[in-house]
Design a protein around this ligand. Sequence first.
Ligand code: PRP
Length: 180
Amino acid sequence: MPHDTYVIDQMISAKSIAAKIETLATEIETEFAGTDKLVVVGLLRGSFVFIADLVRELDLPVEVDFLEASSYGDAMESSREVRIFKDLRGTIEGRDVLIVEDIIDTGHTLAHVVDFLMSKHPARLKSIALLDKPSRREVDYKPDWTGFEIPDEFVVGYGIDYAQRNRNLPYIGKVRFTDG
Ligand code: PRP
């Protein structure tokens, strides 16, 4: 059951996130320079804010698609069993693809999604996660780009939820439980 009472302390400001996205977008543009089309794949639901800001910084021909994979449900801990709930609408065979993730924690979700998308034979497949909790990793996977490395704290905002709430905060906050 989710805790009843908690406060949220700001951890990464909206301004810092915006500055980081500008830097990351420049690196992604360099990597994919000359592409005829980059398919940017957001992992629902957590990436919806990040992908919206990231694609608007990319000066590349871009297609946006979404995939829904989930290991957490409404629980706080990963079940380690990743399921694909919603597949892509478009085809990625022979295409350049960028997977956009809000946070990499144990790594199970991203590793599974990379395997799943590789089976569709893209030309190039890269990944980006806004947040990375390296201390929690259980799978040997590192995204090609990460925004911020963070300690093992419970974070919300900028797309990330706690029991489906707080995704709409414009910054990344740290949850502090106040009911023990
Ligand atoms: C969260 C997050 C990542 C995943 C990271 O998704 O958005 O996709 O967990 O965890 P992992 O590295 O341990 O696999 P969640 O399953 O909570 O779904 P959501 O994006 O819909 O919130």
